[in-house]
Design a protein around this ligand. Structure first.
Ligand SMILES: NC(=O)C1=CN([C@@H]2O[C@H](COP(=O)(O)OP(=O)(O)OC[C@H]3O[C@@H](n4cnc5c(N)ncnc54)[C@H](OP(=O)(O)O)[C@@H]3O)[C@@H](O)[C@H]2O)C=CC1
Ligand SMILES: O=C(O)C1=N[C@H](C(=O)O)C[C@H](O)C1
Length: 250
């Protein structure tokens, strides 16, 4: 049984985690952390520093400031963590890499099986198509999302760059530009509206043909399930940086 603390327990993802965990026998939520005070079945603390409940893993779906607290708390308490919050600064990304030298850290901007498979398919497509095909990424999310572009869009672009000899650079949203597109660009575009859970499209536009690989999340359950699987996977693992490739054996 993996005992989990959820940071951001009263948020959209925190609530989805609490619902999904009820059906599981391999893990349970023992405490939460949230800026909001609301009734809860488990003790909820206003900050991790105030937590008094022992646990095996922390799952973080909050915001970058709270993630910074999680990094410090997990270092001090040697607590493995699953970091799902997006919009982190380069300094915070670096602090997570440092943390992973002493603690097991699982980090993914998208905990769904589908998006992580999409990344592998997109890398394969890019290797075949090369710079004859222009790469553009479009992401769509609900109107309450704070960061743009999405962590997933950036993760897709970073993975394409990492797997390609082409020195790509990113161009965001292409407004007020009057110039021709370069073949070494990856265009990244954000749409915000209504209750869209999360959609990502990778477009390879070539001479006379276009290939589009897309993923649409039907509900937050896909992210919640992925995060719970990651927490169970991570409990007891040695220090290191883990991601969905480790979980999915990609
Ligand atoms: N990796 C993945 O698969 C996914 C990642 N995400 C990412 O997860 C994050 C959270 O998303 P979502 O649940 O939709 O966001 P929400 O805003 O709904 O939830 C975040 C929760 O954290 C609380 N919070 C704010 N500050 C603190 C703090 N200092 N300490 C503790 N809790 C705090 C918020 O309270 P208050 O509202 O009062 O500020 C809120 O209840 C985002 O970065 C999002 O991009 C989302 C879905 C999937
Ligand atoms: O904020 C969200 O909702 C989501 N955020 C993640 C991101 O920024 O990529 C993942 C998912 O698409 C939902």
């Amino acid at each position: 049984m993996t005992d989990i603390i959820i940071q951001g327990i009263h948020g959209r993802m925190g609530r989805a985690l609490c619902t999904m965990i009820e059906a599981r026998t391999d893990c349970r939520v023992v405490a939460g952390v949230d800026a909001k005070e609301l009734p809860s079945a488990v003790p909820v603390f206003p900050s991790l520093e105030k937590n008094t409940v022992p646990a095996d893993v922390l799952i973080d779906f909050s915001n970058p400031d709270a993630t910074q607290n999680a990094i410090e708390y997990c270092r001090a308490h040697k607590l493995p963590c699953v970091i799902c919050t997006t919009g982190l600064s380069e300094g915070q990304e670096q602090a997570l890499r440092e943390l992973s030298k002493t603690v097991a850290v699982f980090k993914s901007a998208n905990m769904s099986l589908g998006v992580n498979l999409l990344i592998e398919l997109a890398k394969q497509a890019n290797a075949v198509l090369g710079t004859d095909f222009d790469v553009e990424i479009i992401e769509k999310h609900h109107h309450n999302k704070l960061d743009a572009p999405s962590g997933t869009a950036l993760m897709i672009a970073d993975e394409l760059c990492g797997a390609s000899p082409v020195p790509y650079h990113y161009v965001y949203d292409r407004h007020a530009e009057r110039r021709k597109r370069e073949p070494t660009e990856i265009g990244i575009h954000a749409v915000r509206g209504g209750s869209i859970v999360g959609e990502h499209e990778v477009i390879f536009a070539g001479p006379e043909e276009v290939i589009t690989i897309s993923h649409s999340a039907g509900s937050r359950e896909v992210f919640a399930n992925g995060a719970l699987n990651a927490a169970v996977f991570l409990a007891g693992k040695p220090a290191g940086m883990y991601n969905m490739k480790d979980l999915m054996h990609l």
